[in-house]
Design a protein. Structure first.
Length: 131
């Protein structure tokens, strides 16, 4: 089997129905009428899975191969790449929710729970206008 080239990926055109262009080792480019998507088919714990690696041209062939290699290393270490991706996404969301504004809003809602919605809105609007 021949590996994909950057030129072949760039020049491929969508058809009416989706089709795959394989690169080997489970890595492929899924070409749909809406765009081109990098995917990795693998087996983990006896189940067939597909990992989304990104959208072309945002993710180049070289970047897709790097992500593919990382996913293969995770499988070799006994880690499911799709689960690792979910955990990474959740961790990123938790870190962003620890911002000062998020903590301040949580404190405000707890302390002002007995106040009317009108008063809460006025206080929030007043605090947002202060710079």
């Amino acid at each position: 089997m021949q590996k994909l080239t950057a030129t072949a990926v760039k020049q491929t055109k969508p058809r009416e129905s989706s089709y795959k262009m394989t690169d080997g080792g489970g890595l492929f480019l899924l070409v749909k009428p809406q765009g081109k998507y990098w995917r990795y088919d693998y087996r983990f714990a006896g189940k067939r899975k597909t990992l989304a690696l990104g959208v072309y041209p945002d993710v180049s062939l070289a970047d897709a191969r790097k992500s593919h290699l990382i996913a293969r290393e995770q499988i070799a270490a006994g880690i499911d790449p799709s689960e690792a991706k979910k955990i990474k996404r959740m961790t990123r969301n938790l870190v962003s929710s620890d911002s000062f504004e998020a903590i301040a809003r949580e404190w405000f809602n707890q302390k002002m729970s007995s106040m009317s919605d009108g008063l809460k809105n006025r206080l929030i609007n007043r605090s947002m206008s202060v710079k």
